[in-house]
Design a protein around this ligand. Sequence first.
Ligand code: NAP
Length: 283
Amino acid sequence: MRVLVTGGSGFLGSEVAARAVSRHDEVFATHRVTPPSPAVAAQWVCVDLADAGAVERMMVALRPEVVIHTAYRTGGPRAHLDTVEAAGHVARAAVTVDAALLHVSSDVVFSGRDRVPLAEGHPTAPVSGYGRLKLRAEEEVLAAHPGAIIARTSLIYGGPDHRGPQERLVVTALEDPSSVTFHTDEIRCPVYVADLARALLALVAGDARGIWHVAGPRAISRLELARGLARSLGGDPGVLRGGPTPEPPPGGPVRPRHLHLDSSRFEAGFGPILRDPAQVLGG
Ligand SMILES: NC(=O)c1ccc[n+]([C@@H]2O[C@H](COP(=O)([O-])OP(=O)(O)OC[C@H]3O[C@@H](n4cnc5c(N)ncnc54)[C@H](OP(=O)(O)O)[C@@H]3O)[C@@H](O)[C@H]2O)c1
């Protein structure tokens, strides 16, 4: 299969590209400012996905059968450009070359106020600026490419073998426990990056379309995840500091609290790919 992975220089994209290479797909991976990882033996393409013309030229030159769009930006002045506009450009260009598309989205499209497992049909109501961007990106993608897959996921961790933002935070906290508070009331379904990459490739290999929830099977607090990661990194989980999320100042940034993605539809269709952090990290 000819696969194009956008955001190949990112945490998830590099794992997806490496896994696709290892199963002998023909893999193209994009980067913009981060240099390509020598560990990922894909064919690298340097492109600004916020440039519609460049995206279309790339797509016409590469003619992928499948596009896995992981690229985005959480905040800063380019957030709308790199998250919403780029997603639209990728979706339109994928249609031009008749490529299937999987767009990676997030649990932050939900409000975090409903203390129930969130299935695919649950009403979206983002409360953060980032959540609103991710929802807009989903809408752009589905408007341009109605057959696309939208894969919503949760906090991604990599453990000792593929350290990402969660591991870096835990290392900082192990060095200076008073510098980080892991919120005990922020509930997510953390997913192991290698399991997620496998799940996304399983989705594009079948005839899936529309929205899918693809996250870990257990809803846990940030503190519980951090303790599991600390243990797996050889640190003392007991030193990590937990506490409730502070109330934001009036007009300040709001964080969704209770995001329990229900991925049972994925599990019913594709099997138990998405493991519990306790299984992945031990303990
Ligand atoms: N990490 C999580 O815990 C988490 C949780 C839920 C959902 N997600 C979703 O998972 C996806 C991947 O997240 P991640 O953590 O792997 O991201 P990441 O490590 O921050 O990587 C982001 C990637 O996007 C690329 N990018 C951004 N703007 C670009 C542009 N204009 N042109 C080309 N490339 C551009 C970056 O390339 P350069 O650096 O080379 O510019 C980088 O490769 C995102 O859709 C995110 O919403 C992540």
